[in-house]
Write a protein that binds this ligand. Structure first.
Ligand code: SF4
Length: 390
């Protein structure tokens, strides 16, 4: 059940042009470091999933009293390219039935090289997908094998080249901090990827989730990725990629509009098992387990968690998200939105951070390249609870 205040907030969020995230909780196999909400589908899982998503969309549509207008769509996972072309047609049919897509600025889908096909690319072109984000992770076959990935570097190159040739904006994920990955080896993957010419790169340090296989049976060796990250920050701008967020580099104007919606606190409707959303100031998470999600939808939306983000927690979130990006945080606006006490607290935290890590431009403050490398230390001082400092 949704409480009356949450219902009012959700309706308010749904009345504004919003971003939509759809979670596809399936992968061809489970990577040993990953604890994302995904599993290898069996039996009727995919049809249960599609029927449940249809029901969830109907419920949000009912709450909105119509078709909400959508700015960006992101279909992520998991591995959305595990869905067959027919299943994609069904999913897209649900989207166009439920939303006004007339003002769509970006339509992104995630794909992994082993399951992406020419047929996916052709269909995506016809249904209006604009951007394909590919989980390459490495262009070194030994590293891919060590990560438990199913694709080869050759297949990853094919996925990037084919997506570019089909006319999509392309983003590639690469991972650093892997066993035996020297900065020289990292550079080989990075430079080979740059040569392929994707519009956008997302770089992640390998993180082993506590609930993953490696969280229980750790691998023999992992590396600190500090030097790898520094190298990317030095190398990529020379190749025309600007760092616009802690993990994201893009060619001119090719940043992810959808991700910017998260970082600027805009409304995001999350659909699917385990999806997160933020609507009208309320953050929520759906039931993660497919069966529980599907069952819950028979009685209403399948929320497992919701929280009104307000007070100091909202201020903290605004500061951290804005400082993740090169667009930075406007301190004057922060002060007028959250008051003098929290503004002073923020300024004190920033003053304690090494001056070489901060750049100031009028009332806007942002992290320098060096600041982005050690941002975690700043987040610790900016994590405030609901009524902290008020
Ligand atoms: S890392 Fe990606 S491909 Fe691997 S199990 Fe997790 S979601 Fe699936």
């Amino acid at each position: 059940m949704v409480s009356i205040p949450d219902y009012v907030s959700f309706r308010e969020g749904l009345s504004r042009p919003l971003s939509v995230y759809i979670h596809v909780p399936f992968c061809r196999s489970k990577c040993p470091y990953c604890a994302f909400n995904s599993s290898v589908p069996s039996g009727e899982d995919v049809s249960t999933y599609l029927a449940s998503v249809s029901r969830e969309l109907d419920l949000w549509g009912y709450m909105a009293s119509g078709k909400p207008s959508v700015r960006t769509v992101y279909i992520g996972g998991g591995t959305p390219s595990v869905l067959s072309v027919g299943q994609w047609e069904t999913l897209f049919g649900l989207l166009s039935r439920s939303f006004d897509l007339g003002g769509l600025e970006e339509f992104s889908v995630e794909a992994n090289p082993e399951s992406l096909s020419e047929d996916h690319l052709s269909l995506w072109k016809t249904i209006g997908v604009t951007r394909v984000s590919i989980g390459v992770q490495s262009l070194d076959d030994c590293e891919l094998k060590w990560l438990g990935r199913l694709h080869s570097s050759e297949r990853a190159v094919w996925a990037v080249e084919s997506s570019l040739a089909a006319g999509f904006e392309v983003s590639a994920d690469l991972m650093f901090g892997l066993a035996d990955q020297s900065v020289r080896k990292w550079h080989r993957s990075l430079s080979a990827m740059v040569e392929l010419g994707p519009h956008h790169l997302s770089l992640y340090q390998l993180t082993i989730e506590p609930d993953s296989f490696w969280g229980k049976v750790p691998p023999s060796q992992t590396l600190d990725g500090y030097g790898h990250y520094r190298w990317a920050q030095w190398y990529l701008p020379k190749k025309g990629y600007t760092q616009y967020e802690i993990a994201s580099f893009a060619k001119e104007g090719r940043w992810s509009r959808h991700n910017m919606a998260y970082w600027t606190g805009r409304d995001v409707l999350g659909i699917g098992p385990g999806a997160w959303g933020y609507l009208g100031g309320v953050r929520y998470e759906n039931q993660g387990d497919l069966k529980a999600y599907s069952l819950a939808l028979k009685n209403g939306v399948a929320l497992s968690y919701r929280e009104r983000i307000q007070g100091a927690a909202k201020a903290s979130e605004r500061a951290i998200l804005a400082l993740r990006t090169s667009f930075g945080l406007d301190l004057e606006r922060f002060s007028s939105d959250f008051g003098v006490a929290l503004s002073r607290r923020l300024r004190d935290a920033l003053d304690e951070f090494p001056p070489s890590c901060i750049e100031r431009d009028g009332s806007v403050v942002r992290l320098s390249s060096k600041g982005m490398r050690i941002a975690n230390a700043l987040w610790e001082t900016l994590l405030w609870g609901d009524d902290d400092g008020i």
